[in-house]
Write a protein that binds this ligand. Structure first.
Ligand code: ADP
Ligand code: MG
Length: 674
């Protein structure tokens, strides 16, 4: 057995358990050893039964006096075990776990650990941790800091503890140190092997802390090392076309635009143009808040590619967005003789001629498109694409080791430190300002008792100002069945509002509609044939309907702040003043505080930083948005550690000989992977 062996090599782990562990992202022994406890119960204190206090964690030792099966008043099966020491006795209670009786044999000595609470009028342990044969073992479940792991159905912490113990016993010798001594000393890091041990079998909380610190260090270091490697591989193995442009030609493009570029658009275009002129493939991330005007930067790239006789490809995550990009680019590039195509899953085969700029969803990868002269590729809202789709586009557009220059665009306000880690092999441009003349959106957190009044006000606004309204229903994550639930909740809301707004035309939009149906609904909304559009968060990114001035969000607490900000970016695009109303059923003060931040903060970046602090990165990006590495141990908000490990990764990459241990470890890994 080694670290890469499947968990099913462990005793007591059959296929059923292996399947359950997979849900916890534990597939190998290494994964299991890196399954970090969420917290620890402090069961170090052995006390007498008499001195137990309600709510105070403790371990007691005593003799089993009785163990019986009985029933609760509601008829549930219940197990009651009485434990006695020289100072008194206490009952331990379980529900529906008849096997308890076979563990607690009358007359045997056992340990119980937990927080006593009142059961009826007596102090009792409700489903405590226990050690029935502790004399034989060394006390895995009691009398120490006892780890509590993330669990899943059928996999308890108790079960995991025993498996982790077995795994560690068998493979500890393989947990070789891969950092050189001077690094360990410099950063006060414990040995890797000790860190693993300290996390699962700590002697005190300090050792937990140093153990976790070391594993977080490892996690970030390997992320950085991987992106350094990708960057070097790219620069060493592929070439790009040198797309140069005369300043006077680029000015022609700028002059043709219906607006003046903002300072940060100018800068981003300059950075992109510099990239394009080089013979190494560019890989730039363009970040900018919704409405900051990223598309025109992409258009400038397309223009430069065109001026050099090459094609450009723009890939967007949804049909709606692809369609919109197509329209926008057509108008931005309209002053030049540039041929454009739109390719989505509904595009028919063979109808398309050769184009200079090809816009589409990921179907453009699969369609038999003529990509023979692509020199510039744009990926919009890249976090919504998987790594494979990205790779696929690269493969499709690469010719004889000449790769396209790539611009990735995102409205997800990824804090700089995070961007440099997650996308460490990318160069970064940021649009920091919105075009002039944008109106601030007024945001309200609306308590439920003002709902009726809010509806009245909205109805009146529609009547008086002829504006349109988005109603966004709560986000439900992940699985197919949950998407169906989401659709159901939208339909319900639609029916409810149809009764409330009898004089208005309502529309409905959700992810289960066919692309054509979606387009139909959005066109109707755009053409003012719908007053109120009830939608799932599918409208999230990019949809541009200037006459929609009010947005009402249901279940606002379920969204991350940055996500709400993105949603809110759908309004405030026209002449009239816009309003965003957030509804929530939550009575929690923290939720109210969090949502209220949206009233004062108008920058996606600030909101993202706040989210990062309050809820962690998963919440900024949303679980549906894949392609973003999730940290298991380290935290995106630990900027210090991110920087330290980044610096080390760069020096290792620059000077591998200076770090013999790490270098030989990486070589070894590389070999194993091939
Ligand atoms: P996003 O960054 O959200 O993708 P878009 O590129 O879609 O933003 O731009 C949003 C809107 O702002 C578009 O209608 C675009 O034409 C307009 N726009 C972009 N740049 C400017 C500018 N410098 N001045 C005025 N309007 C602009
Ligand atoms: Mg956009």
């Amino acid at each position: 057995m080694n670290l890469e062996s499947p968990v099913s090599d462990l005793p007591f782990v059959g296929p059923a358990y292996a399947k359950r562990l997979k849900k916890l992202e534990v597939e190998t022994i290494r994964d299991l050893l890196h399954h970090i406890p969420r917290r620890y119960l402090d069961f170090r204190k052995n006390v007498s039964i008499k001195s137990l206090r309600v709510g105070e964690e403790a371990t007691v030792e005593g003799e089993v006096r009785s163990a019986i099966n009985t029933f609760t008043k509601q008829g549930r099966k219940m197990q009651i075990v009485n434990i006695t020491d020289e100072t008194g006795s206490i009952e331990a209670i379980w529900f529906n776990q008849p096997y308890i009786l076979s563990i607690f044999k009358k007359g045997s000595t056992v340990k119980l650990a937990g927080k006593p609470s009142f059961f009826g009028r007596k102090l009792a342990f409700i489903t405590p941790e226990y050690e029935a044969e502790f004399a034989k073992r060394k006390g895995v479940h009691t009398g120490r800091l006892v780890p509590i792991y993330s669990e899943t159905r059928g996999v308890s912490s108790k079960w995991l503890r025993a498996r982790v113990y077995d795994a560690y016993e068998r493979t500890a010798d393989e947990l070789n140190e891969f950092l050189d001594k001077k690094i360990l000393t410099k950063y006060k890091l414990p040995y890797f092997k000790n860190a693993i041990k300290d996390i699962h079998f700590p002697i005190n909380f300090e050792s937990v802390e140093t153990g976790i610190y070391r594993l977080a260090y490892n996690e970030l270091l390997f992320l950085h090392l991987a992106s350094e490697k990708r960057k070097r591989d790219r620069l060493n193995t592929t070439q790009a076309h040198e797309l140069s442009v005369k300043p006077s030609d680029l000015n022609k493009f700028k002059k043709s635009l219906p607006f003046t570029l903002t300072k940060s658009q100018e800068l981003a275009i300059k950075e992109l143009a510099d990239d394009l002129a080089k013979n190494i493939p560019a890989n730039r991330l363009l970040e900018g808040d919704v409405g900051s005007g990223k598309t025109v930067v992409a258009a400038a790239g397309c223009f430069i590619a065109f001026a050099n006789g090459f094609q450009s490809v723009i890939m967007a995550p949804t049909q709606i967005l692809a369609g919109q990009h197509y329209e926008t680019l057509k108008s931005l590039l309209g002053g030049f003789d540039i041929r454009m195509n739109l390719i989505t899953s509904s595009t028919k085969k063979g109808v398309l001629g050769r184009a200079d700029v090809i816009v589409g969803t990921h179907s453009l990868i699969h369609k038999n498109t003529n990509f023979d002269k692509v020199a510039f590729a744009v990926i919009d809202e890249s976090h919504r694409f998987g790594v494979e789709q990205r790779e696929h586009l690269m493969q499709k557009t690469e010719h004889e080791s000449i790769a396209p220059d790539v611009l990735t665009m995102t409205a997800t306000p990824i804090p700089r430190t995070v961007a440099l880690t997650a996308y460490g092999d990318l160069d970064l441009s940021v649009l920091t300002e919105l075009p002039k003349g944008r109106k601030k959106i007024t945001t309200w957190v609306v308590p439920n008792n003002k709902r009726i009044a809010a509806y009245k006000w909205i109805d009146n606004e529609i009547e008086k100002n002829k504006i349109q309204v988005f109603v966004v229903c709560p986000l439900i994550e992940e699985s197919e069945s949950e998407i169906l639930a989401e659709v159901k909740s939208v339909k319900k809301e639609f029916e409810k509002l149809s009764k409330k707004f009898t004089g208005r035309k309502l529309g409905i939009l959700h992810g289960k509609l066919k692309a054509k149906e979606k387009d139909g609904v959005l066109d109707a909304f755009r053409n003012k044939k719908i007053d109120i559009l009830v939608s799932t968060p599918v409208i999230e990114v990019g949809v541009d309907i200037p006459n929609a001035n009010i947005m009402l969000v249901e279940g606002a607490d379920r969204f991350g702040l940055a996500q709400l900000h993105q949603l809110r970016g759908r309004i405030g695009r026209g002449e009239k003043k816009s309003y965003c109303m957030l509804f929530t059923d939550s009575k929690s003060v923290t939720v109210a505080e969090r949502l209220n931040a949206l009233r004062s903060l108008n920058s996606g970046f600030e909101l993202a930083e706040l989210d990062l602090k309050l809820r962690g990165p998963g919440e900024i990006f949303g679980k549906r948005q894949s392609g973003f590495p999730e940290l298991k141990i380290a935290s995106w908000s630990d900027i210090e550690l991110i920087k330290k490990t980044k610096n080390l990764a760069i020096s290792i990459a620059n000077n591998p000989r200076k770090y013999p241990k790490t270098t030989s470890y990486l070589k070894h890994q590389q070999k194993a992977a091939n």
